[in-house]
Design a protein around this ligand. Structure first.
Ligand SMILES: [Zn+2]
Ligand SMILES: [Zn+2]
Length: 126
């Protein structure tokens, strides 16, 4: 046990490495807060597995810096969007299916297939 400054609030507290699960030196109050934050985030991600940091931050109120810390420490696992969740035509990220709404609309409106090919070529050149 040693006296340490809390990395989160700056308070001096008794640091016990045996009791502190994370590698960071934070006081018991902050550890409790982090636990609550982590629970909120985990629950949100269970409902929306493909949510990004920004969305999680807005939905849970947990700061982005904190989210990055959770990810870094391994207590939070963000699922990376799978390759299948990309539009097969333009490569935009989509929630489900194989093509994005934009491309679907274009196809439904009879979008010229040649134009699409050219568009794709242009994109690949960037
Ligand atoms: Zn603290
Ligand atoms: Zn698309």
């Amino acid at each position: 046990m040693s006296l340490e400054n809390c990395e989160r609030c700056g308070k001096i507290f008794n640091y016990d490495p045996m009791e502190n699960l994370s590698s960071e030196k934070i006081c018991p109050e902050c550890a409790l807060e982090e636990k609550k934050d982590l629970k909120k985030v985990t629950e949100y991600l269970r409902k929306y597995p493909l949510a990004n940091i920004m969305e999680v931050h807005e939905a849970t109120g947990v700061s982005q810096a904190m989210l990055f810390r959770f990810i870094k420490s391994g207590s939070l696992k963000m699922r990376k969007p799978l390759e299948e969740f990309k539009c097969r035509i333009c490569g935009n990220q989509i929630q489900k299916g194989t093509i994005c709404d934009e491309c679907k609309n274009k196809i439904e409106k009879g979008f010229d297939a040649e134009k699409l090919k050219k568009m794709k070529k242009k994109e690949n050149n960037i």
